[in-house]
Write a protein that binds this ligand. Structure first.
Ligand SMILES: Nc1ncnc2c1ncn2[C@@H]1O[C@H](COP(=O)(O)OP(=O)(O)O)[C@@H](O)[C@H]1O
Ligand SMILES: [Mg+2]
Length: 206
């Protein structure tokens, strides 16, 4: 029987460097001969990519509950089509955002309540949990300065919104330090990558 794979997620506010780290980490793990499946949220499957386009479009009005449900729906499809089969096949899944993003953005940022959003996502994912989460922590103002000119619908939000998200992310790390490992996102990309590999060492050694 194939050993169960791994699910590692990367989290943090917009501009923290998640996508950059995900790319570097996927390459580093592949160099070690690990069969990596790298995906991003929302997205990763056709239906979820369409939901992504909808939810990020500044032209749409999206009520907070609608937003939470759209992200959860995209996630449910990703779990069914990609994550469950890949983990069952023994692959190492590297995912740019997952449930913690909704806890932080919709639960705290939109003030829908972290517990409410946790329940919604328990349903959406069937209870699938990451083996490890790398949380990139950065001052929200620095994150904002790093982002591109063209802000999507979420990125247009005010500083207070990102301050609530940052606080919620840090609370998640305090609540579950075994799973959620905090990384200093102001490190240079190469150093950040090395720090990330250290936090995954026990998952790589088998
Ligand atoms: N460790 C880092 N140090 C400095 N700048 C970074 C670092 N990681 C990423 N960046 C830059 O910051 C911007 C946002 O990075 P990105 O990986 O897209 O963040 P996220 O996916 O978290 O929004 C990009 O311009 C990227 O080149
Ligand atoms: Mg990104």
């Amino acid at each position: 029987m194939t050993a169960r794979g791994r699910l590692v997620t990367i989290e943090g506010i917009d501009g923290a460097g998640k996508t950059t780290l995900a790319g570097g980490l996927a390459a580093a793990l592949r160099e070690r001969g690990i069969d990596v499946l790298a995906l991003r949220e929302p997205g990763g499957v056709a239906l979820a990519e369409q939901i992504r386009a909808l939810v990020m479009d500044p032209a749409h009005a999206v009520a907070p509950r609608t937003e939470a449900l759209l992200y959860a729906a995209a996630r449910a499809e990703l779990v069914a089509e990609q994550l469950e089969p890949a983990i069952a096949a023994g692959r190492f899944v590297l995912l740019d955002r997952f449930v913690d993003s909704s806890l932080a953005y919709q639960g705290a940022g939109r003030e829908l309540g972290v517990q409410e959003i946790a329940r919604l996502n328990e349903f959406a994912t069937g209870g699938l949990r990451p083996d490890r989460t790398l949380l990139l922590v950065i001052d929200p103002a620095v994150g904002r300065a790093r982002r591109g000119e063209q802000a999507d619908r979420i990125e247009l939000e005010a500083d207070a919104f990102f301050a609530r998200i940052d606080a919620a992310y840090r609370s998640l790390a305090v609540a579950d330090p075994e799973r959620v490992r905090v990384l200093n996102a102001t490190l240079a990309p190469r150093e950040l990558l090395a720090a990330a590999v250290v936090e995954l060492a026990d998952l790589l050694a088998r």
